[in-house]
Design a protein around this ligand. Structure first.
Ligand SMILES: O=C1O[C@H](COP(=O)(O)O)[C@@H](O)[C@H](O)[C@H]1O
Length: 265
């Protein structure tokens, strides 16, 4: 697939991180509430990343959400990381979900029998009807740990063991999560692209100038495993929430809402 600029993704650019986060959380909340209204329970897939911090803080405080009716899953985990390590994606999410959501949070543990844990999590995913995936994009265009040229958009597996791209590992250092490259695990388990995209709604929150190239490639480049985030062009209900620096390399190839510009909302 090499289509470019013909997709229906909604792109909104805001001036401040708080505005980005507020808008993204509102759309995620609407999808969660719709899931609860339709089926009594909503299933949400969360990324565990700094870009998601403010969005999740707003979402957690949304008084419209009955968190006891929300089933939360996460996307990926480093292989072998201790469950209480601050870099553990499962711990990151556990620390940020509201208390009422914790009973419904299924954590992916990789500190024991990884094969058995993958089988357990695959079964959970198979049962889930995902209402919304909340994610960001890596500097190299990865989503979860689906790395450029290693990801498959038609992957038959739901979860797989992957080696991390050097750019992904360096990103973790640059974000202050690990002291140096040697400290970043080299492998992880990740939900695959078809699973991420199986949610009814995609809420992609991307911040900062270091993401500008990946955002432009994802939204205005070809749909290609060279940029795994470009798969979102194929999703019928994908929403992108960007700050100005992250959006700085986008052209006007498709409509971009810029409510941060007075009078243009
Ligand atoms: O959703 C995701 O986004 C992050 C990129 O966000 P950042 O906050 O770390 O800059 C990505 O690394 C992660 O794998 C993905 O799941």
């Amino acid at each position: 697939m090499t289509q470019t600029g013909v997709h229906q993704s909604r792109i909104r650019v805001w001036s401040t991180v708080d505005e980005v986060a507020t808008d993204a959380a509102r759309v995620a909340a609407d999808a969660i509430i719709a899931g609860i209204e339709a089926r009594g329970t909503a299933h949400v897939l969360f990324a565990s990343a700094p870009s998601q911090e403010a969005m999740l803080a707003h979402l957690a405080q949304d008084p419209r959400i009955d968190w006891s009716a929300v089933r939360s899953l996460h996307m990926d985990e480093y292989v072998g990381i201790p469950p209480d390590a601050p870099q553990s994606f499962g711990r990151w999410l556990q620390d940020r979900l509201p208390d009422a959501a914790l009973a419904g949070f299924s954590r992916l543990r990789t500190d024991g029998d990884v094969e058995a844990e993958v089988a357990r999590y695959v079964a959970l995913i198979a049962e889930a009807r995902l209402d919304v995936t909340c994610l960001g994009v890596g500097v190299n265009g990865h989503v979860a740990f689906n790395e450029p040229d290693a990801a498959a958009f038609d992957d038959p597996d739901a979860l797989r063991l992957v080696e991390l791209d050097i750019a992904s590992r360096q990103q973790q250092v640059d974000e202050g999560l690990f002291a140096d490259l040697a400290a970043v695990p080299s492998s992880a388990v990740t939900l695959t692209v078809p699973v991420l995209l199986s949610a009814r709604t995609m809420v992609s929150t991307v911040l900062g100038p270091h993401k500008a190239a990946a955002v432009a490639q994802a939204l205005q480049g070809p749909v290609s495993v060279g940029c795994p985030a470009s798969a979102m062009q194929l999703h019928p209900d994908a929403h992108w929430f960007l700050d100005g620096p992250a959006a700085s390399r986008l052209s006007d190839a498709q409509p971009i809402e810029r409510p941060e510009v007075a009078g243009e909302a």
